[in-house]
Design a protein around this ligand. Structure first.
Ligand SMILES: Nc1nc2c(ncn2[C@@H]2O[C@H](COP(=O)(O)OP(=O)(O)OP(=O)(O)O)[C@@H](O)[C@H]2O)c(=O)[nH]1
Length: 476
């Protein structure tokens, strides 16, 4: 249930090796510059997004996952550091630590892929535990490297380093892994903006009230966003909220001297990372529930065997149409395969199923976009044809009848043929009365279907008004 689906991005093509290498090099360079801006000289970084973004890149473009691509990133980072005058052993160890984080996290997540064909599905809790593990291991090396030129103790450096790596990856990765390039809603609705408004208010309140506890103030608004918006939007909002809080906390404690406040910084970062888990988990669950509801309603709306609308699906469709239509003419055709029982009795139930499927397919082909086809049960089908006069309904019924008459179904070397009897009714549906009008016309069509059966089958019967107009002899 709490699984993120990571779809490979199509923005880059695997075969453009040179171009991809340039993209990877430039991205690493830009990320290094952006992350360096957030770092004060001689201090640990407030926020170092480079590692997490690189992991995102390796996961969204799985073809990057080759040793030489990791080496390219390492080389770019070493050169960048050298260009900034950081040539000492400590800087090299720090760079190695950053790449160690990238390799451990990317490999651990990619290892979750079950089959090459299916997209990678990753449990949210596993994502967080992999972030924790990568941060715990890589921070050992980074803290040791930083300690070579720092007067701070290893445990202090380690706890700040680890908490930064963990909280940054937890905030940055969910959005990078779920972003599909589509964030804005299709239509603007004031009510949809309310969760975002509450989030902005709660961030402002959190910034003004201060104190570690204030970090959780944004949680209710983030949960509301998770229920209201798509998964990528929730991940983005969680990310932005978390980053704003990390920067607020870090800059507050940093400027008042990091040494005395390491416990507060670490606890705040871990708190922010833990708060960030909940909205993402809620959003993933909401997405899974929505998908399930969609699948279930598709199952209920369509007949499993013939893939035309089910009786329930037809009523749903009519209800939806009723909201849009004002006043409409309506033809209802009720179709019943003749002597269908004998097909079952002679050739078996499987043959009967196959005949039903082929019958429905042919009817759907003939009807096209002129109406809705539904299986009402057994070997009985309905066609609803809105916005048409009775003559058109009759012509369509005859077209269907002729198509079925010349249809052949091959079953175990035998060729079967069949016929269909049709009852047609025509009427008007007033605004918001489409379903009621359909119900009445359906029972009328049933009476005409009975007439067709009684008159010898393989024919269409309708109200005298329609038949007289077309000069067709009435069945009764
Ligand atoms: N194979 C198969 N048979 C079904 C299904 N649903 C209903 N039937 C069968 O359809 C047959 C309908 O038979 P009847 O209602 O007696 O009608 P008929 O034989 O078509 O005769 P007329 O309608 O009078 O021409 C029954 O034998 C049902 O068991 C189904 O999903 N698959």
């Amino acid at each position: 249930m709490h699984k993120l689906t990571i779809h490979p991005s199509t923005m880059l093509k695997e075969e453009n090796t040179l171009f991809n290498t340039i993209v990877l090099t430039v991205t690493t360079l830009v990320l290094f510059l952006a992350s360096s801006i957030l770092q004060q000289t001689g201090h640990l970084a407030l926020f170092w997004p480079l590692n997490a973004v690189l992991v995102g890149l390796f996961l969204r473009f799985p073809f990057f996952n080759r040793p030489y691509n990791y080496l390219i990133c390492l080389l770019v980072l070493l050169l960048c550091n050298a260009a900034c005058g950081n040539n000492d052993a400590g800087s090299v160890l720090i760079t190695l630590s950053n790449m160690l984080f990238v390799v451990i996290l990317a490999k651990a997540i990619l290892n979750e892929k079950k089959t090459p064909e299916e997209p990678l599905k990753l449990n949210v809790l596993r994502l967080y535990s992999y972030c924790l593990l990568s941060a715990l291991i890589s921070s050992l090396l980074g803290s040791y490297g930083f300690g070579l030129t720092s007067h701070q103790t290893f445990p202090d450096i380690y706890s700040v380093w680890f908490s930064e790596q963990f909280s940054t990856s937890v905030l940055v990765l969910p959005f990078l892994l779920t972003w599909n390039g589509n964030l804005l809603p299709q239509k603007f609705d004031l009510r949809r903006v309310m969760p975002l408004g509450l989030l902005i208010l709660s961030i402002t309140a959190s910034a003004n009230s201060g104190g570690i506890g204030s970090l959780a103030v944004t949680l209710p608004a983030l949960i509301w966003c998770a229920i209201s918006y798509s998964l990528p939007v929730t991940c983005l909002l969680t990310q932005l909220t978390g980053i704003a809080e990390v920067l607020m906390v870090d800059s507050h404690w940093m400027y008042s001297g990091i040494n005395g406040h390491i416990t507060q910084i670490v606890s705040a970062r871990m708190g922010i990372a833990s708060v960030a888990i909940s909205p993402v988990m809620v959003a993933v669950s909401v997405q899974a529930i929505n998908m399930l509801v969609k699948q279930l309603s598709a199952r209920a709306n369509y007949d499993f065997l013939t893939r035309v609308h089910s009786r329930f699906g037809l009523y749903e469709k009519l209800r939806l149409q009723d909201e849009k239509t004002v006043n409409t003419a309506l033809n209802v055709l009720l179709l019943d395969i003749d002597h269908f029982k004998s097909i079952n009795d002679t050739h078996g139930h499987d043959c009967g199923d196959s005949v039903l499927t082929e019958f429905a397919r042919r009817v759907k082909d003939v009807v096209g976009d002129k109406g809705i086809v539904a299986r009402m049960g057994g070997e009985e089908f309905a066609v609803v044809m809105p916005d048409a006069c009775g003559d058109n309904g009759y012509l369509l019924a005859e077209e269907i009848r002729a198509e079925i008459e010349q249809m052949e179904v091959n079953w175990e070397g035998e060729t079967l043929s069949l016929t269909v009897s049709i009852g047609l009714s025509h009427g008007q549906a007033a605004r918001r009365q489409l379903v009621d009008a359909f119900d009445k016309l359906l029972s009328e069509a049933d009476r005409y279907l009975y007439q067709s059966k009684k008159a010898g089958r393989n024919r269409t019967s309708a109200a005298p008004a329609v038949m007289d107009k077309l000069l067709v002899p009435s069945a009764s």
